[in-house]
Write a protein that binds this ligand. Structure first.
Ligand SMILES: CC(C)(COP(=O)(O)OP(=O)(O)OC[C@H]1O[C@@H](n2cnc3c(N)ncnc32)[C@H](O)[C@@H]1OP(=O)(O)O)[C@@H](O)C(=O)NCCC(=O)NCCS
Length: 169
């Protein structure tokens, strides 16, 4: 069984491990395989920082059979009044659990939180144009392409476009 819930400080070690694993399993995240280090302390600081912010959220998906974290969603909001209605999303699921509805459940949970906050109007994200799985996921969930950021990613020596997408709730 997979449980979706808010991250807590006790997740720090498993959270760091999961993020580094996902970095190594796909070319579609911001960081490449082995490019960054995340210590348990770093992860704990980040989780605690987010937990104190009313406008941001870290969700995790936990496999209750193995006790492993297998997915995350970060909703990053903004302190200024004029931007408080907007949150930016980053999401990842470990490869062994792709295609099992984990990301969909993370989004559903996040949107319930966003609606409950009352002020959130706009949920936005960026995605590499060639990341078909993520693009389908977002379009299934009602996110629309607003435009293209040209050559906004560089992987090795090649440039890649990204779509900017949003959903108004
Ligand atoms: C993109 C990602 C988050 C999707 O997570 P997931 O848990 O596998 O997604 P779900 O199982 O909830 O899939 C939901 C929808 O996504 C789409 N989808 C998922 N995998 C797909 C694939 N390989 N090809 C095409 N569409 C796919 C489908 O439309 C699916 O809907 P369906 O059930 O009607 O078929 C996951 O593949 C991942 O972490 N990839 C690597 C990191 C990444 O790309 N993050 C996003 C950066 S913008």
């Amino acid at each position: 069984m997979i449980q979706i819930r808010e991250a807590c400080e006790y997740d720090a070690k498993r959270f760091a491990k999961m993020q580094l694993q996902i970095d190594g399993e796909t070319d579609y995240m911001l960081y490449g395989a082995g490019e960054r280090e995340i210590t348990t302390k770093d992860a704990r600081k980040r989780i605690e920082f987010f937990a104190d912010l009313p406008y941001s959220l870290i969700l995790v998906a936990e496999d209750m059979e193995t006790d492993e974290l297998i997915g995350f969603l970060i909703a990053d909001g903004n302190p200024p009044n004029r931007m408080q209605h907007s949150v930016y999303i980053a999401v990842g699921v470990v490869k062994s659990h792709w295609g099992q509805g984990v990301a969909t459940r993370l989004f559903t949970h996040m949107e319930t939180w966003a609606k409950a906050r009352g002020v959130v109007r706009r949920i936005e994200l960026g995605v590499l144009c060639e990341n078909k799985a993520a693009l389908h996921l977002y379009q299934n969930l009602g996110y629309e392409i607003e435009g293209t950021h040209r050559d906004s990613f560089m992987i090795g020596t090649d440039y890649y476009d990204t779509y900017w997408m949003s959903k108004l709730i």
